[in-house]
Design a binder for this molecule. Structure first.
Ligand code: RM4
Ligand code: MN
Length: 391
């Protein structure tokens, strides 16, 4: 195995110290499939308890200082108070995710619905989410639309695109100067014949029309099998349109498994593009969008944060000068070997050292387990209704 110079290790550790990974409030609640939601003991019963769990993830990892909210799953009377509580716990509220996919009204779509009254309702919700961002101090509004059709001929494709463009423009106009709109795409599901924002090209076209603060978000689970996601990363970076990631893993469809579990090499390749473009600390949001149906949730979120860190550390270890020299010389095998040397490095010792320097336990999962937090919340969080988006 290649030995890396101490200066290279120090540079990697510096970059990792500044990395930020946002966790998702819904990862802490109960989740499942359309067949069954398996409840877990100790699961939060309200947004305040979800934030407490997110704060625990940050306490042990040191790199997860924000938590994303999903509205209305995380609806509270006073968002400024929720933000204050988050600050007390050492974290902040992050991206606001809009939800226009769970009302009966949205059967034929939300912002693309043929009925203008339904479209108005959906747009009002998107604007309400910006009001919430003002109260929470959030930078990003993340939009994912389940809109689409199940049968050819069900509705007109171009008309639906025009409705979508109008809704996005109205919402974009409501954003403050420091706020961004992140538009997510997804290949299929729940619509089966045609999805209104199925791919990065569609998301990109809308974002270009809207302006600089409209950016595309890549949910790693939202592609066809075999899609070269790092190519999409490179294209969007080149166009200045990569707003962030919803990280998770997939084997089949939108499985929402832990990032870096199904294909850690893919995660490395994605982070390599980010590092190459020097975009690690320039505003690309690294978010988790996962559900932990079987495994203990907080521990799974910690594991996911560590997986992103490990992939980033490996990407930072790529010797760019050697890579470029091999590429320029047309040395296919050497170029590939430079990349694989970095990927095959065990970065766990480097990360353990870094955590010690940051005043953290070198083994976040062991430290979390020793803390007794899960046992405590299991005992405390009795009664009430557990959070979950129910399936
Ligand atoms: C969607 C999409 C969104 C997420 C919802 C729960 O598939 O990934 O980002 O908010 O699921
Ligand atoms: Mn997502």
């Amino acid at each position: 195995m290649t030995e890396f110079a101490p200066q290279a290790v120090a540079r990697v550790q510096d970059a990792l110290r500044g990395q930020r990974i946002e966790t998702a409030s819904w990862a802490y609640g109960n989740s499942g499939t359309r067949f069954k939601v398996f409840a877990q003991e100790g699961v939060p019963r309200d947004p305040y308890e979800k934030i407490a769990d997110a704060a625990v993830v940050h306490r042990y990892t040191g790199v997860a200082p924000t938590v994303a909210l999903h509205i209305p799953w995380d609806k509270v009377d006073d968002y400024a108070d929720l933000a204050r509580r988050a600050r007390e716990l050492g974290v902040a509220l992050g991206t606001i995710n809009a939800n226009v996919f769970q009302d009966d009204d949205y059967k034929l779509g939300s912002v693309t619905n043929p009925d203008p009254a339904v479209r108005r309702k959906a747009i009002a919700h998107l604007i309400e989410c910006v009001d919430i961002m003002d109260a929470t101090g959030s930078r990003d509004l993340k939009l994912w639309f389940s809109d689409g059709t199940n049968y050819p001929g069900q509705d007109d494709v171009r008309t639906r695109q025009a409705r979508l463009a109008d809704a996005l423009a109205e919402t974009y106009a409501r954003l403050g100067d420091h706020q961004r709109m992140l538009l997510e795409y997804k290949l299929f599901e729940p619509a089966f014949y045609m999805t209104d924002v199925p791919d990065w090209g569609t998301a990109y076209l809308h974002c270009v029309t809207l302006g600089d603060r409209a950016q595309v978000v890549i949910d790693t689970g939202h592609h066809a099998p075999g899609t070269n996601i790092e190519f999409i990363v490179a294209m969007l970076l080149r166009a200045g349109k990569l707003g962030g990631f919803d990280f998770n893993s997939r084997f089949y469809a939108d499985d929402d498994l832990m990032v870096g579990s199904a294909d850690p090499f893919q995660l490395f390749r994605i982070m390599h593009e980010i590092v190459l473009a020097e975009e690690l600390d320039k505003g690309v949001a690294f978010m988790l969008d996962q559900c932990h149906n079987l495994e203990p949730k907080i521990q799974a979120v910690i594991r996911s944060v560590l997986n992103v860190q490990e992939a980033t550390a490996k990407a930072l270890l790529v010797d760019h000068a050697a890579l470029k020299a091999a590429q320029d010389a047309g040395d296919v095998l050497e170029a590939n070997a430079v990349l694989m040397d970095a990927y095959n490095t065990d970065v766990r010792p480097l990360l353990r050292d870094l955590r010690e320097e940051m005043g953290l336990d070198p083994d976040p999962i062991a430290a979390y387990k020793r803390s007794g937090y899960l046992e405590k919340v299991k005992a405390d969080r009795v009664g009430g209704t557990q959070a979950g988006w129910g399936a």
